[in-house]
Design a protein around this ligand. Structure first.
Ligand SMILES: NC(=O)c1ccc(NCc2ccccc2N2CCOCC2)nc1
Length: 245
């Protein structure tokens, strides 16, 4: 999958592909990142990409032409792609949205700075607006990096077997189960016996029960949406009994 990011801070965005899971995925050619800086497409001597807002008011607005030229250069450099604008006004990104994006062969991500981008650019070039949550950050780069990380993790081969197993609970619309590692006792606290039992079926059952119980406790709204199988109802009742709920 290829990500093209339109940004005034390419070095910032490059960092997401330099480490860990995504770093390896980029090395393996599973994910590719190309950045395009509107400042390289500004035609005036000062390479201006922003200007004062019509109607007055504080701050600056990103100009249409340099951004549009960068987008068009990106479009011309590969397969047809959807242009996604990261903005607080966008459609809220969730697991389903990430999965849909993972099916695109290529995405062009547009990162706003200053007070935002001239509305005419959005009308001319943007296919979909996406938000990573109901809060404002100083530019679209961090939301773009969050989205690229979430999407890349769903691509075949990016997560080894171990990690993809970790995806199970979340992919099933549940929170994760608790995790433990050595030493067996730390600060006087031990590890649930089932995890030391070597009984893989019992471990899987316990983990599923814990994922259900924690989802019920921390995010009951997710359970509402998801519904429970009969077996899961039983597991959740076990959990509540065991936790004295
Ligand atoms: N929730 C999100 O996905 C999200 C995305 C971007 C973003 N900021 C970039 C931005 C993009 C569009 C419009 C305004 C702005 N901002 C520019 C800086 O000033 C504040 C407004 N913030 C949060």
């Amino acid at each position: 999958m290829r990500f093209d990011v339109i940004t005034l801070f390419p070095d910032m965005v490059d960092a997401v592909m330099g480490h860990g899971v995504l770093g390896r995925a980029a090395e393996q050619g599973l994910v590719e990142l190309v950045t395009w800086n509107p400042r390289d497409y500004a035609t005036d001597r000062h390479r201006t990409v922003d200007d004062r807002p019509y109607g007055g008011g504080p701050g600056m607005v990103m100009k249409v032409e340099p951004v549009r030229a960068a987008i068009q250069a990106a479009r011309a450099a590969g397969e047809p792609a959807s242009v996604v604008y990261l903005t607080p006004e966008g459609q809220k990104l969730d697991g389903a949205g990430v999965a849909a994006l993972a099916d695109c062969g290529r995405i062009i991500l547009l990162c706003g700075r200053y007070e935002g981008i001239d509305e005419r650019l959005i009308e001319l070039e943007v296919d979909q607006e996406i938000s990573i949550g109901d809060y404002v950050v100083s530019g679209g780069e961090l939301p773009a990096m969050v989205m690229m990380d979430a999407v890349a993790r769903l691509l075949p081969g990016v997560l080894g077997h171990a990690d993809s197993a970790a995806q199970d609970a979340f992919a099933e619309g549940l929170l994760d189960c608790p995790h433990y590692t050595r030493p067996e006792v730390v600060a006087g606290q031990g590890v649930p016996d089932v995890l030391l039992s070597g009984d893989h079926q019992a471990v899987a059952r316990w983990r599923h029960r814990e994922a259900l119980g924690r989802t019920w406790r921390k995010r009951p709204d997710l359970l509402e949406q998801r519904g429970l199988s009969h077996e899961e109802q039983t597991l959740l009742e076990d959990y509540r009994r065991e936790q004295d709920y």
